[in-house]
Design a protein around this ligand. Structure first.
Ligand SMILES: Nc1ncnc2c1ncn2[C@@H]1O[C@H](COP(=O)(O)OP(=O)(O)O)[C@@H](O)[C@H]1O
Ligand SMILES: [Mg+2]
Length: 1107
């Protein structure tokens, strides 16, 4: 359901100034302030929107807001610029009425922003589609381009438009945009050459220098440094919050979207650069023979670069700065320019160049955004024009601007009144004349063709003879003396002779918005807007197509000796055109007000606002609007809004709405002067009446709300109660079901318990029965068994008794016999028969023992440990002794089988055991190896025949040993021979004897405790054999060699024993040195054998692998 709202809902202050009660300037401003403080920057005066500049972004321009205001009636929502834009757009689209939106206000009041908001709103709500979007984009993007070239930072506004702009947007019958036309008014071109303190030149200069690439700047012969250019004011070159470089990119992009060609953009930038260069051209005086001073260009570099940029011949331009040619009626007179005239000419050229460039830009944009289709267009014009200006010093520009504002005020009054009147006629209401101030007289003072100020100024400018600003003022003093809005000190009516607030060189005009004092200085010059023909011709000669286009009057073929129209004249003409254009359209007004001078948010300066309210004529506006009836409303919304105030109309009125309203008004007893019935609207004379209605409505709404609340609460309670009731039934049903279920379960389980008990009881009874029967059976069996047992035992006992008795009888019988025998034979027994029986018994036992021993004799093996056990304790000693004897005998028997050789072998083994057992780790592995003696078969091997014959004695041992080299511990093979008296070392290959040592010279043998085969043979000191030192050898048969050496040593009668020294460290005499041989357990480096290594002079280390 659509919610019907009204402007009157939730109002802060009053949303429409027409409703202000009482109406006074104070209450007006107070209302503005109140709304401004609550962020309500828009307020209506009827259909006029007052816009306060918030100087900060408010969240009221979102796409959601656009949607909110789209297709809603003007008074339906709180005041907004979108409401106005929507109203304008819809009446354009639906009622085919051309619209214009007039935005006025002083500099910085937010006009340009407002115009952009309107355009963006229209762009958002109008049709969509590729073509339409392109048009929209082009229209919107024309703004950044024009702003770059036409806006500048001023003390009032960082982005102040320095030109007036009127843009017609053209739509087709569907309301889709087709294109547009832009008109520009009076660019403030004096800014090009000079800027007031704290202000800047036009943005484009700064944007170009900051944003262009190095390459572009080089092409344009420019330097990035602002300070290099005379035309750029430096005190505010960079503006906070304004990124010139980024803006430059935006502008380039916008130009591209709008449709500028790349070479066009380049030409435009060249012209901008040329203006900067122009500013740097300076002049110096040069005296001439005729006594006059002539100007000369001081430093020609800038001139040269500028000429290069624009393709102008340098000499032509140089000449144009020094001479001026005046042509009159076929006559050409050339006069020289002095320095100040040269500067004047330079600045005039710069200003003209720039303003013409700007106009060209507008034309070029228009070309792009021109509507293509030739069908009838509907038009919405947006006028963003400078507001009324009152400065300390007001000059020609202010005069022109204020004139424009007078004209606007006039059409405002005219149109408002006309509209009001039209409405009255439309609604068939009687028209009452309205008192208001009509500023037509002021317009007339300025623009009248005979004696208007502008006409007078033109007359002065065109008049031959000396013309100055003062002659112009004199003229005004004469002609306008009687005008009630013109004031001057020397005016002919001498009214102001004593008015000291009026200086002599000034005149004052009472504009509708206040009095403004104009200083006449410069009026004539500015109106003339003179550019020496030599300069325009020089410009035309440039080899630059854009320059040619903008200086067409320089074309020598079209020399026009007529003076060009004056600035004032041109402006008046364009304002006239504009006004005629606006008059054909339905106007919509946006009145911008700036709340403070500081460009700051939240500050509201009463005096400043008051001033603006005055000169914008807003009070006037309200009065005009209220002159007849302050408020009007269509019958339908009116009835809808107030129907609750009367019983007949509440809640529904079935008849025509107008009658409904009439019934309502009569019922409310409102006096008939207070309102009038139009055709479709009711007109209310006083806001008081409206507020009375509103008040009543509010009260009524409260009651209605209470009623609705009451009914609703009742309904809600009942609903709740019914729900509870229904729920209660459900809950009860569920509960009963649950309780019954529980009960049933209980009965069921009890029954089962009882059943089981009964069944159990029955079963137990049967079980008991069965058990009893079983027990009976068992008892019978047991009793029978017992009975049989008893019987059997009784029989057994009887049998045993019988047997015992029989035995006893036998024993008794035997004893009795024995007794009888003994009694009979006692006389035959000898006294010591007992001893003999004993001996006999022993003898018999021994006999039996030995016989048994013979049968169980153990084997003859000496290692058989078996021996038969003794039968009786007393034979322990004899048995052990017999066992020992048998053992010895058996060993003897065993030994007796040995031959002499084998005996010797065992003797040797025995000796080896004595020497090494438990002393050297190598020993256990040698026990099982038989001692072979000759390992090299010395007798048989023909290789050793010679060696064999060299050794005369019997060879006890022959083996290959390793002789350890003293120097490095490496071994070399030798044959080791042992005889009874000597040992010999011979070469293994040849058998040649290397050393033969008689055993007596051998004092000791040293071996390690470990698993190695190293041994040292130590020789007696001083003996012949010891000359070369001791031998350190190693052999696989170490145990055998040492044992045999030892035996050989022991066998020699005249010799002490050879010492066997077993230790892991011993000394060996090598020639002179004693070397220590040390055995260490180390990791096996080369297999399992021990390795010998010479560590130093004194140490040979043998590493033996760990076992
Ligand atoms: N509706 C707005 N919301 C926020 N800031 C605004 C608004 N209107 C104006 N301003 C601020 O005020 C400055 C001046 O506005 P501008 O439209 O350029 O003034 P004018 O065109 O009247 O000289 C803008 O640059 C902007 O900072
Ligand atoms: Mg502006």
């Amino acid at each position: 359901m659509e919610v019907k709202t009204s402007l009157l809902d939730n109002m802060i202050g009053v949303g429409d100034m027409v409703l202000l009660e009482p109406l006074s300037e104070e209450s007006f401003i107070e209302n503005l302030r109140n709304r401004f403080d609550h962020n309500e920057i828009y307020t209506y005066i009827g259909s006029v929107v007052i816009s306060m500049n918030p100087y900060r972004s408010l969240p009221i321009f979102t796409p959601e807001k656009v949607e909110e205001y789209r297709n809603r009636n003007f008074y339906e929502l709180s005041p907004h610029i979108y409401a106005l834009a929507d109203e304008a757009y819809r009446s354009l689209r639906d009622q085919d009425k051309d619209q214009c939106i007039l935005i006025t206000g002083e500099s910085g009041a937010g006009k340009t922003e407002a115009s952009k908001l309107v355009m963006s709103y229209v762009a958002a709500v109008c049709g969509k589609g590729q073509e339409v979007n392109k048009v929209k984009e082009q229209l919107l993007q024309s703004n950044p381009v024009l702003e770059a070239f036409g806006n500048a930072k001023t003390v009032r506004n960082d982005n102040s438009s320095r030109f007036g702009k009127y843009m017609d947007i053209e739509f087709d019958f569907k309301g889709d945009p087709l294109g547009g036309v832009i008109s520009n008014y009076l660019l403030e071109k004096s800014r090009v050459v000079k800027q007031p303190r704290g202000e800047r030149n036009f943005h484009i200069f700064y944007q170009l220098l900051s944003g262009a690439s190095d390459d572009t700047l080089k092409k344009l012969k420019l330097d990035r440094d602002f300070s290099k250019y005379n035309y750029l004011s430096l005190d505010s070159a960079s503006v906070t919050g304004l990124d010139d470089a980024a803006c430059f990119r935006t502008v380039r992009n916008a130009m591209q979207i709008v449709g500028f060609m790349e070479d066009e953009v380049q030409s435009v930038l060249e012209l901008v650069a040329a203006v900067l260069k122009l500013g740097n051209i300076e002049f110096k005086p040069e005296s001439r023979v005729n006594g006059f001073d002539e100007s000369r260009v001081k430093d020609k570099n800038d001139l040269k670069e500028m000429c290069e940029l624009l393709g102008i011949e340098q000499s032509v331009l140089e000449r144009a700065f020094s001479y001026r040619t005046v042509e009159a009626k076929m006559e050409k007179v050339s006069t020289t320019l002095n320095v100040s005239q040269a500067y004047y000419a330079r600045d005039a050229l710069a200003k003209n160049l720039y303003s013409r460039l700007f106009s060209w830009l507008v034309t070029r944009i228009n070309e792009s955004i021109k509507a293509q289709a030739k069908t009838r267009h509907k038009v919405m014009g947006v006028l963003d024009i400078y507001g009324f200006e009152i400065f300390e010093e007001n000059s020609f520009e202010q005069f022109i601007i204020n004139y424009c504002n007078e004209k606007l005020q006039q059409i405002f009054i005219e149109l408002t009144l006309r509209e009001e009147q039209e409405e009255y006629i439309r609604e068939d209401i009687e028209w009452t004349n309205i008192e208001y101030f009509n500023n037509a007289v002021i317009c007339d003072l300025i623009e009248n063709n005979q004696n208007g100020i502008l006409a007078m100024l033109d007359e002065e400018c065109l008049r031959p003879g000396t013309v100055t600003d003062d002659t112009f003022l004199d003229k005004l003093n004469t002609i306008c003396a009687e005008h009630q809005h013109f004031e001057s000190r020397l005016s002919k009516n001498s009214k102001f002779l004593t008015d000291h607030s009026l200086p002599h060189s000034c005149f004052r005009i009472q504009h509708y918005a206040g009095k403004v004092l104009y200083r006449v200085e410069g009026f004539v010059d500015k109106n003339n807007d003179l550019l020496y023909r030599d300069l325009s011709q020089a410009m035309y000669k440039a080899n630059h197509s854009l320059m040619k286009q903008i200086f067409p009057e320089g074309n020598p073929a079209k020399v026009n000796l007529k003076r060009p129209p004056t600035a004032g004249f041109q402006f008046k003409a364009s304002v006239g055109t504009l006004m005629r254009n606006l008059l054909t359209k339905n106007p919509n007004y946006i009145r911008c007000i700036k709340p403070n001078d500081k460009k700051a948010a939240h500050i509201f300066t009463d005096t400043l606002v008051c001033h603006q309210v005055r000169y914008l004529g807003l009070m006037e506006n309200v009065r005009v609007r209220r002159a007849g009836y302050a408020f009007r409303q269509m019958y339908e919304p009116c009835l809808e809004r107030y129907k609750m105030l009367c019983k007949q109309t509440w809640p529904h009125w079935r008849g025509p709405t107008r009658e409904g309203v009439e019934v309502l008004m009569t019922d409310l007893q409102i006096s008939t002067e207070e309102f009038a019935y139009g055709r479709s609207k009711i007109f209310i004379r006083n806001p008081r009446t409206l507020f009375f209605l509103e008040e009543k409505r509010r009260g009524c709404l409260e009651n209605l709300a209470a009623l609705i609340q009451k009914i609703y609460r009742g309904w809600k309670c009942r609903k709740h109660f019914l729900l509870l009731k229904k729920s209660q039934v459900v809950v009860a049903a569920w509960y009963r079901r649950y309780a019954q279920q529980k009960k049933y379960q209980k009965i069921k389980s009890s029954t089962i318990v009882m059943q089981s008990f009964i069944r159990g009881w029955k079963a137990r009874k049967i079980l008991r029965e069965l058990k009893y029967q079983k027990r009976c059976k068992e008892a019978v069996t047991t009793i029978a068994a017992y009975w049989h047992g008893t019987q059997a035992r009784r029989e057994l006992r009887r049998l045993k008794e019988e047997a015992r008795r029989k035995h006893a009888i036998a024993v008794i019988w035997a004893y009795w016999l024995g007794l009888k025998v003994r009694r009979e034979y006692r006389k035959f027994f000898r006294a010591h028969a007992g001893r003999k029986i004993y001996d006999f018994t022993i003898q018999r036992i021994m006999q039996k023992y030995f016989l048994n021993l013979k049968k169980t004799m153990p084997s003859m093996s000496p290692i058989d440990k078996k021996w038969p056990a003794r039968p009786y304790q007393f034979m322990e000693g004899a048995n052990t002794e017999l066992r020992r004897i048998f053992y010895l005998w058996r060993c003897k028997k065993y030994r007796s089988q040995f031959t002499e050789d084998k005996k010797a072998v065992y003797e040797e083994k025995l000796e080896a055991s004595e020497i090494f057992k438990d002393k050297k780790a190598l020993y256990p592995s040698s026990v099982s190896q038989p001692f072979k003696g000759d390992y090299v078969e010395i007798n048989k091997n023909p290789k050793y025949q010679k060696l064999n014959s060299a050794v005369e004695e019997k060879v006890l041992l022959a083996d290959v040993v390793n002789k350890i080299n003293r120097a490095n511990g490496k071994g070399s093979s030798r044959i080791f021979l042992l005889t009874k008296n000597n040992f010999v070392l011979a070469d293994q290959k040849t058998g040649q004897v290397k050393a033969s040592v008689p055993l007596p010279d051998l004092t000791s043998v040293s071996v390690s405790t470990q698993n190695d085969g190293f041994f040292a043979l130590k020789l007696k000191e001083g003996s012949a054999s010891a000359a070369k030192g001791d031998f350190l050898l190693s052999s696989d048969h170490l145990i055998e060699i040492i044992t045999k050496l030892h035996r050989a040593g022991t066998a020699m009668a005249d010799r002490e024993q050879i010492n066997i020294n077993i230790s892991d460290e011993f000394l060996v005499q090598f020639k002179q040195d004693k070397v220590c041989v040390k055995f260490v357990q180390g990791g096996p480096k080369n297999g399992n054998s021990a390795a010998c290594k010479r560590k130093n002079n004194r140490l040979l280390e043998v590493s033996v692998p760990s076992p």
